[in-house]
Design a protein around this ligand. Structure first.
Ligand code: IVH
Length: 702
C-alpha cells in the first residue's frame, strides 16, 4: 500500500527540489526545467504552506520577499574590516607590485596568483549560522559601509536569487564548511536589468540612474523588498571567512568550496604561476568586457596561498597580497562640432553634442549628452572645443571636460540655449527651482513623436513595426527631427520639420489608419502594411494598465499603472477617483495622485481617452477581488510581527474582507500581537478580546 507523505515531508521535498532548480538557474545558468514548470512547483509549495502556516520557515524558497525594514537599516560591525584594494594603472605598476610581493616572501618560495574580474558593484558580507538539520542559514547581509561598520540589508539581500537562504548539511560537507561562516562578494546589477530599470524610471518621469553600480547600491538600500526582488540583482562570491579569518589554505580552494556550497562564483577566475600570465589574463578580460552582460572595471590579482597572504599582511587600508589592475577609463578626446536640441516626450529640451566621430570603449561615438543648460555652463564648453568624452557604465556617452590644447579658443562659438522650442517654435518655460527648460505645447511635433514611440514601445502597447522611421513617416516628418534644431550654419535655412502631410496627429489616429494610408508611404508594401495593422489591432486588447502606462502620465510607471488598474478596474472609475481614493492605493503618494489629477484636468487628455475607448481599446482590468474569509471582522494590529510588516498584514486582512482599526474597543474582534506589544494587548486582555499571533492570523486567512 502506498504510504501517504506527511505535509511536512511533502513541503521539505518540494523545497529541496526548488532549491536545486534555483541553483541550476541562478547560480549555474543551466536550467533543466522550464519557467512554467518551476512556477508550478512554487505554486504547489505556496499552497501547501498556506494550508500549514505553522510549517513555514524563513529559508523556504517562498520567503525571499519578506517585510520592510521598519526604521531604515541598522548599523552593524564587521567581523573583520572590509578593506579596499590598492590600484595599478599600468603593466609597469603591476610588475612593481609583483616584485614587492616576492621581496616580502622567502626567496625559495614559489608564488601563485589568482586572477579574477573586478566586478563593478558593491561589496557585501553574508553571515551564515547554524540552521535546522545541520544546515547553515543566512542570518545577515551587511553592506561595506565605512569598512568597519556596515548596514544590515538582510531583507533585501534575501531577494537576490543567487544568494542561498540556506546551505544544506550535504553541501557543507562537500565544501568542507562549518555551519557558521561568512561569505564576501559583490552585488551587481546586470546591464539588461539596468536598462529595464532605467526605462521604467524614465517612463515614470524620474531621472535615469547613472550606471549599474549606483543603481545596485541604490537598490540594495531601498526600503521596499518587493522592488529589490524585481530588480534582479546578482551576487558573486569571492571570500570565505570564519570568525574573521580565512578558512582554507588557498584562494583557489576557497573559490572551489564556495562553488561546492552553492554560491555563484565568477567563471572567469584563473590560478596562474607568474605575473606574465596575469598580464595575459588582463588582456583577455579587456576583450571579454563588452560581452559579459555586467560591468567590470579591471582585474583583481590575489596571492593564492593563505600562509603567504598572512606573511604579507596589510598596509593601512588594503592588503599587500592583492591588487586591482584598473582598465583605462573608456574615454577619448574629440571635437565638438555642434549642439542639437532634442525635445522629449514631456517637452524637456536636452542639449546633445554632435561630435567628430571617435572610437571609445568598443564603439564609435558621435553623440553625447550635455544634460542641461547648467551643465553647459559648468563645463564652460563652446562649439569647436576639444572635449573629453567618457562612456560610463550606462553606455550613454557624456562630455566630462574641455581639453585646453594649443588651438584652444580658436574658432569657437558660444552655445546658445534656445528661447523657443527648436521644433514648434513655442516659447520654452522653466519651472522655478528646476534646471530643465520645457516646450509646453502638447501638440509639438517632437513631443507627439516621442509620445507615439513611447506608446508603441515594448512593455507598453508593444506595437511591433512602429519604430522611429515609421512614426516619422506617419507624422509626415523627416526621419531625423533633431537635425532641424542644429546650430550649425547660422546662415542656412533650417530644414522644414513637416515635409509631407501627416497621416496621424495624436495617438488615437493610429487606430484610424487604413491599409491605403499605409500603402501610400515610402517603402511600405502590402506585407508591412498588413502586419502593422494587425499589431495595432492587437494592441487594443492590451488592457487598462498598459493604456495608463502608454498615456505617459508623470510618475506612473509600469508598477503604479498596474496597481491603479487593479484597484479601480476601469478608466472611468480611475478618472472619477478623488485624491484621497487615489492615495489609498498602496504605493501611490500625493505626488502621483496630483500628477493623475493634473493629467485628467486637461480637456485634450480626456478627449483622447474617450476617443481611444470609442475606437475599441480595452479600458478595463480585472479588479482585485476582495475575499470574504474575514468579512465583517475588525482587527487591531500591535507590536512587531515576525515576517509581515504592518502594511502587509493590513493589506492581507483587507483583501480578505476584514477591517483594520487603530484602537481596541469592545467592537474589536481580534488583536494581532507581535513582539513588544504594549498597551493595546493589555486592553484586549481587559476587554476579553481574542488575541492572535501572526501564525494565527495567517491560518485564518487560509
Ligand atoms: S577582493 C581585501 N575581489 O573592489 C580585498 N574585490 O577596490 C577586498 N571588487 O571593495 C576585495 N571585484 O567591492 C575583490 N574579484 C574581486 C572584486 C572585488 C570587485 C571590489 C570590492 C572592493 C573593491 C576594492
Amino acid at each position: 500500500m502506498p504510504t501517504a507523505f506527511a505535509p511536512d515531508q511533502k513541503i521539505e521535498a518540494l523545497r529541496e527540489e526548488l532549491r536545486h532548480h534555483e541553483h541550476l538557474y541562478y547560480v549555474l545558468d543551466a536550467p533543466e526545467i522550464s519557467d512554467a514548470e518551476y512556477d508550478a512547483l512554487m505554486n504547489r509549495l505556496k499552497k501547501l504552506e498556506e494550508e500549514h502556516p505553522e510549517l513555514v520557515t524563513a529559508d523556504s524558497p517562498t520567503q525571499r520577499v519578506g517585510g520592510k525594514p521598519r526604521d531604515g537599516f541598522a548599523k552593524m560591525g564587521h567581523s573583520r574590516p572590509m578593506l579596499s584594494l590598492d590600484n595599478a594603472y599600468s603593466e609597469e605598476e603591476l610588475r612593481a607590485w609583483d616584485q614587492r610581493v616576492r621581496s616580502g616572501l622567502p626567496a625559495s618560495e614559489k608564488v601563485s596568483y589568482v586572477c579574477e574580474l573586478k566586478l563593478d558593484g558593491l561589496s557585501m558580507a553574508l553571515q551564515y549560522g547554524p540552521g535546522a538539520k545541520g544546515a547553515a542559514h543566512l542570518e545577515r547581509g551587511l553592506t561595506r559601509g565605512d569598512g568597519t561598520t556596515g548596514e544590515d540589508v538582510t531583507t533585501n539581500v534575501r531577494t537576490i536569487r543567487s544568494v542561498p537562504l540556506s546551505v544544506a548539511a550535504k553541501r557543507l560537507e562537500a565544501a568542507g564548511l562549518p555551519q557558521s561562516f561568512e561569505v564576501r562578494g559583490e552585488v551587481v546589477l546586470p546591464q539588461a536589468a539596468f536598462a529595464k530599470m532605467n526605462e521604467e524610471r524614465v517612463a515614470a518621469g524620474m531621472a535615469p540612474a547613472v550606471n549599474p553600480r549606483n543603481a545596485a547600491a541604490g537598490t540594495i538600500r531601498t526600503l521596499e523588498p518587493n522592488i529589490v526582488a524585481q530588480r534582479r540583482l546578482d551576487f558573486y562570491a569571492y571570500f570565505l571567512l570564519r570568525d574573521g579569518e580565512t578558512l582554507l589554505a588557498s584562494h583557489t580552494e576557497t573559490l572551489d568550496a564556495l562553488r561546492a556550497a552553492g554560491f555563484r562564483v565568477n567563471t572567469h577566475a584563473k590560478t596562474v604561476s607568474s605575473i606574465d600570465e596575469a598580464v595575459q589574463f588582463i588582456a583577455k578580460a579587456e576583450q571579454l568586457r563588452e560581452s559579459l552582460g555586467y560591468e567590470i572595471d579591471g582585474v583583481v590579482i590575489k596571492v593564492d596561498a593563505t600562509a603567504q597572504q598572512r606573511r604579507l599582511g596589510f598596509t593601512g587600508k588594503a592588503p599587500r597580497w592583492a591588487i586591482a589592475y584598473k582598465f583605462a577609463a573608456r574615454a577619448a578626446v574629440t571635437k565638438l562640432n555642434d549642439v542639437l536640441f532634442q525635445v522629449g516626450r514631456t517637452g524637456k529640451v536636452t542639449p546633445v553634442a554632435a561630435l567628430e566621430p571617435v572610437f571609445v570603449g568598443g564603439t564609435t561615438v558621435s553623440r553625447a549628452t550635455l544634460h542641461n543648460a547648467d551643465e553647459i555652463a559648468r563645463l564652460g564648453v563652446k562649439i569647436g572645443d576639444c572635449v573629453k568624452v567618457e562612456r560610463g557604465g550606462d553606455v550613454i556617452p557624456k562630455i566630462v571636460e574641455v581639453v585646453a590644447d594649443k588651438e584652444h579658443g580658436r574658432d569657437t562659438r558660444e552655445i546658445v540655449f534656445p528661447q523657443n522650442c527648436p521644433v514648434c517654435g513655442s516659447e520654452l518655460m522653466r519651472v522655478e527651482g528646476e534646471v530643465d527648460w520645457r516646450c509646453v505645447n502638447s501638440s509639438c511635433p517632437a513631443r507627439v513623436r516621442e509620445e507615439l514611440l513611447h506608446w508603441a514601445a515594448r512593455g507598453v502597447m508593444n506595437i511591433e513595426g512602429l519604430g522611429d522611421a515609421m512614426v516619422a513617416q506617419l507624422l509626415g516628418q523627416s526621419a531625423v527631427l533633431e537635425d532641424a534644431s542644429s546650430q550649425a550654419g547660422d546662415e542656412e535655412e533650417a530644414a522644414p520639420v513637416v515635409s509631407r502631410t501627416a497621416l496621424i496627429h495624436t495617438i488615437d489616429d493610429l487606430y484610424r489608419l487604413t491599409r491605403e494610408d499605409l500603402l501610400g508611404l515610402e517603402r511600405v508594401g502590402e506585407k508591412t502594411a498588413d502586419a502593422l495593422l494587425a499589431e495595432i489591432e492587437r494592441s487594443k486588447k492590451a488592457g487598462l494598465a498598459r493604456v495608463l502606462l502608454g498615456l505617459g502620465i508623470r510618475f506612473v510607471g509600469e508598477r503604479t499603472a498596474q496597481l491603479l488598474a487593479e484597484q479601480f478596474g476601469s478608466m472611468e472609475a480611475l478618472q472619477a477617483a478623488s485624491a484621497e481614493e487615489l492615495e489609498a492605493v498602496n504605493e501611490v503618494g500625493p505626488k502621483v495622485a496630483q500628477a493623475i489629477a493634473e493629467f485628467f484636468a486637461v480637456e485634450k487628455n480626456r478627449q483622447l481617452v474617450k476617443d481611444l475607448a470609442a475606437l475599441g481599446l480595452t479600458m478595463t482590468a480585472e479588479k482585485r477581488v476582495v475575499g470574504t474569509a474575514l468579512a465583517g471582522m475588525t482587527f487591531v494590529l500591535t507590536g512587531t510581527l515576525p515576517t509581515l510588516t504592518r502594511d502587509e498584514a493590513k493589506g492581507k486582512i483587507e483583501a480578505a474582507g476584514g477591517k483594520v482599526s487603530g484602537s481596541v474597543s469592545k467592537k474589536t474582534d481580534f488583536v494581532v500581537a507581535g513582539g513588544e506589544a504594549g498597551s493595546k494587548l493589555e486592553k484586549a486582555e481587559q476587554l476579553g478580546v481574542k488575541v492572535l499571533d501572526e501564525r494565527g492570523l495567517l491560518a485564518m486567512l487560509g
